[in-house]
Design a protein around this ligand. Structure first.
Ligand code: IPM
Ligand code: MG
Length: 402
């Protein structure tokens, strides 16, 4: 009996190793990076998602269309609707991303993606893989870049979360060896670690930031996290002006809520699951996960999304129109910068901070105690168009904490 189980487990494990070695070889191949300045038109795919996804994504599209008025009018930027990334359609096809939807996604240059439901055992959906995780893997979106800024408190963080490996890559491929034994896998490769760490250092270098922090648990998870940590120290040698320090994930979660220390940190680079957890904590300090956006960057494609899920409870309770669109609008500002419109991106970011952190004339609370997402978007647009935007934003930073 147990011999048979071991044989089966060995076969499964063997297949995984083969696949991973092939993936390493693919990562070594050169890929032509997309040059957005040479594209005409730039195609932005809109995946609406489900739960609060469609409603907050629509608000984000309104903002994008507003700041790219001329480009949309001239046909330089076009939006492409991708309707099929809903939990109903995914469940129907029993796939994280149905094949035709994946083809549509691949036909775009960048994607703005609303939150999608991630099924879990026991809920009403088949337990298929998360659409986010699948898209990150299919498009090889290896860098998950998540900025969190609270200028009043001197906080300006940028997280570089490894996005295609770690505890996630085989998250849905673990298996029950026997009735009593479950095994999951965590994968760190030299190439996977190196490319995200390099991106973090390049970002620090370009922005004159003197410190990069690598977050691991390499004292316990010695093999994979150990590799990630070693790669960071090796790459750091190429950037003598930047100091690298290593923190363990447990103490890092504590330091993030230590007002005396947290300002010191600027750039974080970390394996997938630690990045998932730490960025929710950071976003909460900024005003909630509803305020945080994220860029998923690969060599060919890029996808921009909120850092949170689809909040089905809000829909069930009829509160979806009160959902905060800031996360998707923040993601849109990152999209704008990525495709070559940094000024428009900066305007959107300044407006988000003026409205959400300084002026706060109207607020979204997620329920009828606050304004609707549509009203909040109008408020943001009025600031985007306001000639005083930059001055008000600079004033806000100086105001200090309240
Ligand atoms: C995120 C989300 C996803 C993740 C979920 C929805 C699969 O939490 O983008 O951080 O775990 O990566
Ligand atoms: Mg998360």
């Amino acid at each position: 009996m147990s011999k048979e189980l071991i044989k089966k487990a060995k076969e499964k494990f063997g297949a995984i190793i083969e696949e991973q070695l092939e993936r390493v070889e693919r990562m070594k191949q050169p890929v032509k990076e997309t040059d957005y300045s040479s594209l005409c038109p730039i195609i932005i795919g809109l995946c609406w998602g489900d739960g609060i996804g469609p409603i907050i994504s629509k608000h984000a599209q309104t903002v994008l269309t507003h700041v790219l008025k001329d480009e949309v009018a001239s046909g330089k930027v076009v939006f492409r609707d991708i309707a099929g990334l809903t939990i109903e359609n995914r469940a129907k096809h029993m796939k994280a991303i149905p094949d035709d939807v994946l083809e549509e996604i691949k036909s775009c240059h960048v994607i703005l993606k609303g939150p999608t439901t991630t099924p879990q055992a026991g809920d009403k959906w088949p337990n298929i893989e998360s659409a986010n995780v699948a898209m990150r893997r299919y498009l090889d979106l290896y860098a998950n870049v998540r900025p969190v800024r609270i200028p009043k408190q001197g906080i300006d963080w940028c997280f570089f979360r490894e996005n295609t490996e770690g505890a996630y890559i085989l998250g849905s491929r673990g298996f029950d060896v026997s009735q009593d034994l479950s095994i999951d896998f965590k994968v760190i490769t030299e190439q996977g670690a190196e490319r995200i760490i390099r991106m973090a250092f390049e970002y620090a270098d370009k922005n004159n930031i003197e410190r990069v922090t690598v977050v691991t648990k390499s004292n316990v998870v010695k093999t994979g996290d150990g590799r990630f940590s070693r790669a960071a120290f090796r790459i750091a040698k190429e950037y003598p002006a930047i100091k690298l320090d290593e923190w363990y994930i447990d103490i890092m979660t504590a330091k993030l809520i230590d007002p005396a220390r947290r300002k010191e940190f600027k750039v974080f680079v970390l394996p997938n699951l630690y990045g998932d957890i730490l960025t929710d904590e950071a976003a909460q300090l900024q005003g909630g996960v509803g305020t945080a956006g994220s860029a998923n960057i690969g060599r060919k494609w890029a996808m921009f999304e909120a850092i949170h899920g689809s909040a089905p409870r809000m829909v069930k309770e009829g509160r979806d129109k009160f959902a905060d669109p800031s996360s998707m609008i923040r993601a849109s500002s990152m999209l704008l910068r990525h495709i070559g419109y940094p000024q428009q991106g900066a305007k959107v970011e300044m407006a988000l901070e003026v409205c959400g952190q300084y002026e706060k004339k109207v607020v979204v609370t997620g329920r009828d105690t606050g304004v609707t997402g549509a009203e909040y978007t109008k408020y943001l647009l009025s600031w985007i168009d306001n000639p005083q935007l930059k001055a008000r934003w600079e004033e806000g930073i100086k105001e200090g904490d309240d």
